[in-house]
Every structure is written in C-alpha cells, then in structure tokens.
Design a protein around this ligand. Structure first.
Ligand code: GLN
Length: 277
C-alpha cells in the first residue's frame, strides 16, 4: 500500500477525495494542478508513511485545518493550531459588515481575535484603517501575530479579557469607529459541542459555559466606553440568538439595531450604532 501511485492513494483513501488531495498537496508541496498531472508518480517511503499517519488522524475526526495547520479565509491562508478556533465562512459576513461601515482612516478593534482573521483581513482590505486586535489567550495571540507578519498586515495586538486589553495598546482617545467580535456564543449544553470539528477546538473559544449570551452581554455593556458617537458594534452569534442579541444591544444604548443573515438565510451577525442618551 505504501508503494501506491498518487492516483491510487486518492482512489483508495477512506477519506473524501478532496481531503486526500489536500493532504497529498501538503506532503508533496505540489499544487492541485501538479498533483493531477503527476498522478502516476509514487511517494518516497517517508512521505508515504506520513500520509498514512495523517489519514489515520483524519479518520479519528481531527479537523483537516489542524492537520494541515492552515485554513483559507476571505481569499488568504491563515495559520491555525488547536489554540485557535478554525475560521468559518460565516465570519466573512461579519468582516464585510465591518468593512462597509468603516469610515476612511477609521479605527477598528477586533475583540477575541483568535487566529486574527478579522483584524488582518480588515487591514489588508482597508490599509487606511487603524486596526487593533486582542485576545485573552497568549497562544492565540502568537498565532495571530505570525499570521499578521506572514501576510504583511500592520495590526496592533494586545492581551486581555475583552476590553481590559485596552491597557496594552494606544487606542485613539475619541474611541473606535467599529468594534467587532466573534465571541464564544454556543450554549454550554448544546449537543454540537460534542460533534465534528468542535470536539477538537478550544472550548473557551466556542462557549461561555453558560447560556451562550454571557460574553455578548459583557461586550455590549462595555463597548460604549470605547466607541465614538454613532460608531458600530458588530457581533457574530448563533442562528437562534438574533432576537436576544438585538435586545441586548438596544438595552445598552445601541440604535439602528439589525440582524444580517448568512448565505443560508440564517441570523448570524447583529449590528448596532452607539448613541449616548
Ligand atoms: N475571531 C476569531 C474568528 O472569528 C476567533 C473567534 C473565537 O475564538 N471565538 O475565527
């Protein structure tokens, strides 16, 4: 079996063909096109053993993003590790909601940046904007910083629990134009936590170990201290939390509160504009 051609590896793998191809590309360094034209080649023994091991890990459910050590988000590759949540396509809606509300030369703060996808993508899409990113986890910040470095994004990073990170970087005194967060919003008893990729992701990045809204309440209550008048708070949340999140935003002085659907038409991102009473 170790002596198979690349095509045989793909055909005989217990994994979906796409996943086997990704693992093969990872091991050989070939592009997808190279893999197609070299499918009669055989792997050197050490690579064949490595591929076999990666297939076994994937068979045990380990997320392909952690095995490869990377995941694409908004057209760029980001390094990931089990210290950070795996980037999800749904989060691209949150990024786009932020991009279209950011004024020229504005300021954005990404709270709980994880691998840094939102902050880094925002900076690369909008180099005029000043971007801050924080996380409570040092391990996550290291991944985010290496992503910013590799992708050439100038983002200021700080460590701390939600807004406590403000002490670690110099936000403009007048406040931010956009505060964005994809916080841990899964309710602690949600069965999804025991399924699929979620079993391997950092629990504190997924759930608040409460009703799913604890972090959203905390962020919405404190964000006004860091926002300019009429600036936006934008939060990703679960498909069934839209109404609850809108209410939390309204109770904390946000106006023009709205929920934006994802591509599946589900509630995914809620936004509100801060207006001092
Ligand atoms: N901001 C990161 C993301 O959107 C991490 C989010 C998290 O860990 N909850 O993927």
């Amino acid at each position: 079996m170790i002596n198979q051609t690349l095509l045989q590896w793909i055909q005989q793998s217990p994994l979906p063909k796409l996943e086997t191809r990704l693992l093969l590309q990872h091991i050989t360094g070939y592009t997808r096109a190279q893999l197609l034209t070299r499918d009669t080649e055989k792997l050197p023994e050490n690579q064949a053993i490595e591929l076999h091991n990666l297939i076994e890990r994937r068979k045990c459910g380990e997320p392909i993003a952690y095995i490869l050590g990377e995941r694409e988000f908004y057209g760029r590759n980001f390094r990931v590790s089990p210290a950070v949540l795996i980037p999800r396509p749904e989060t691209e809606h949150l990024l786009e909601a932020a991009l279209c509300r950011l004024p020229e030369n504005g300021t954005l703060w990404d709270l709980g940046t994880g691998s840094g996808i939102i902050a880094i993508s925002a900076k690369l899409e909008r180099p005029d904007v000043l971007v801050f990113a924080s996380d409570v986890s040092d391990d996550a910040l290291q991944i985010a910083q290496s992503n910013a470095h590799n992708l050439g994004a100038d983002v200021a990073f700080g460590q701390g629990w939600w807004f406590q990170a403000a002490g670690h970087f110099r936000l403009p005194e007048c406040g931010c134009d956009v505060i964005v967060s994809n916080p841990p919003y899964i309710e602690q008893h949600d069965g999804h936590l025991a399924q699929g990729d979620l079993r391997f992701e950092p629990p504190h990045a997924l759930t608040d170990f409460a009703d799913g809204l604890a972090h959203i309440r905390e962020i919405a209550a404190q964000a006004p201290d860091y926002l300019k008048e009429n600036a936006w708070l934008m939060l990703e949340h679960g498909y069934n939390q839209g109404q609850a999140v809108r209410e939390i935003l309204q109770q904390n002085g946000f106006r023009n509160v709205a929920t934006l659907p994802d591509l599946a038409g589900l509630d995914r991102v809620s936004v509100g504009q801060f207006q001092a009473a």
